[in-house]
Design a protein around this ligand. Structure first.
Ligand code: SAM
Length: 117
């Protein structure tokens, strides 16, 4: 994917989540793929998740623990704000779990700044 952290932070800082060209209120294709391959209760990690609402839908359907990784802290701040108490911050790496348990996900090198689940 083109662009570094500053680029993506600028993108997410310049407009609201629903004004992004790739915004989906319900990410139906991604959801169908997850349903086809995972069962509720299975762990899932969305890498390059941005501020996607996929995690919200997966939480609604009982998937998890979930982890959301992205280069942009600005994008993850949007998700963190939207998810509110559904996400619980863990550790300095900002790992979060809806059930208050460690996700097992870790930051991957220089790509992911933080994670939410
Ligand atoms: C086009 S957006 C799509 C976001 C999300 N998947 C969605 O459907 O709403 C691409 C995302 O990839 C992230 N990204 C780009 N390069 C990345 C990298 N090396 N590691 C992690 N995330 C990255 C960007 O910050 C951005 O949020």
């Amino acid at each position: 994917m083109a662009g570094g952290q500053q680029h993506w932070d600028d993108v997410y800082g310049a407009r609201t989540e629903d004004a992004l060209t790739w915004f989906e209120a319900t990410p139906a294709v991604s959801l169908d793929l997850v349903r086809d391959h995972l069962q509720p209760g299975d762990a899932f990690i969305d890498i390059g998740a941005g501020a996607s609402r996929l995690v919200d839908a997966l939480l609604d359907e009982g998937f998890g623990p979930l982890a959301v990784l992205d280069l942009s802290g600005a994008a993850l701040a949007v998700s963190r704000q939207r998810l509110g108490p559904r996400a619980t911050t863990l550790h300095g790496s900002r790992r979060m779990s809806p059930r208050g348990s460690p996700t097992g996900a870790t930051r991957s090198g220089a790509t992911a700044q933080c994670s939410i689940s």
